[in-house]
Design a protein around this ligand. Sequence first.
Ligand SMILES: NC(=O)c1ccc[n+]([C@@H]2O[C@H](COP(=O)([O-])OP(=O)(O)OC[C@H]3O[C@@H](n4cnc5c(N)ncnc54)[C@H](O)[C@@H]3O)[C@@H](O)[C@H]2O)c1
Ligand SMILES: O=C(O)[C@]1(O)C[C@@H](O)[C@@H](O)[C@H](O)C1
Length: 296
Amino acid sequence: MTGTETRRGAAGRSFLAGLIGAGIGQSLTPPMHEREAARLGRRLVYRTIDIARLGMEPRSVGYLVEAAARLGFDGLNITHPCKRLVLPALDGLSAEAEALGAVNTVVFGADGAVGHNTDWSGFARSLRHELPDAPKDRVVVLGAGGAGAAVAYALLVSGVRELVVVDVDASSAEGLAARLTERFPGADCRSGAPDGLGRALAGADGLVHATPTGMAHHPGLPLDPALLRPSLWVADVVYRPVRTELLREASARGCRTLNGGGMAVFQASDAFGLITGLEPGAEHLHAHFRELLARE
Ligand SMILES: NC(=O)c1ccc[n+]([C@@H]2O[C@H](COP(=O)([O-])OP(=O)(O)OC[C@H]3O[C@@H](n4cnc5c(N)ncnc54)[C@H](O)[C@@H]3O)[C@@H](O)[C@H]2O)c1
Ligand SMILES: O=C(O)[C@]1(O)C[C@@H](O)[C@@H](O)[C@H](O)C1
């Protein structure tokens, strides 16, 4: 997007957006969007549509997307457990959302409801922003769910040549490695079992953790910290808390680290641009994020 506002973001227009998912009451994405719109002198109302609180099944996301379009929403974010389930309700997909088979942003416009994925671009931007000079030839991704798939895609787009995906669920890791191999035939993408994590990490430049371990309601470490050596950079996608037990252990062992806050901010930044047609200021979104965290 350029500095010029598109028609979607034409002066005077206000915006209506929402987040559909389960257990999203504490999400910082709604206030990030609202604050950034206010900073730009615009009105944006962003609502959480929590299927758990509404007593709805995850598959009802299709019904909710259709209702949001009829009610005049400009766009939506979609989160766990609906990122894949939403696909049949959409009229089109960006190339990346199609490749990932997952959508976290829906834009309503002349082409109907179009799905995008800003999780992958959010992680790619965060990595570029915070670890621009880190070696990225060989990387291990721990967790082959929605976040792991987005991160793996971002890493391969960013030039990673060897990627190992590890998950307790072998079929998830194998499936993701196979899809990535098809999409990035020039790269070496493999799956690995958790008991082979030490071997995979021994030859790696970096590790990205993409399981829910370390979240406030799911504390702990996803691996034996003795596997972390100073030359390995360690990224976590978990951002509640921002400083996870894994990142604390990694820093203590001399590793460079990247927390999940950058991914959270940049996915919101990219979604905000798509939904409103306005150009967000990434540094301002970072500031909103820091202020919101400090309030807690
Ligand atoms: N920072 C961000 O912007 C951002 C964006 C999306 C998701 N997330 C976070 O990413 C995390 C994962 O979310 P998700 O949607 O991918 O979840 P998911 O349930 O889709 O996938 C999690 C995967 O991790 C695997 N797993 C669980 N424990 C494991 C372990 N100890 N070792 C190996 N594999 C293990 C599971 O089998 C599953 O495949 C959550 O904490 C979520 O909040 C952050
Ligand atoms: O911040 C959150 O709560 C999110 O749910 C995180 C991640 O799932 C994003 O893809 C969503 O857009 C927002």
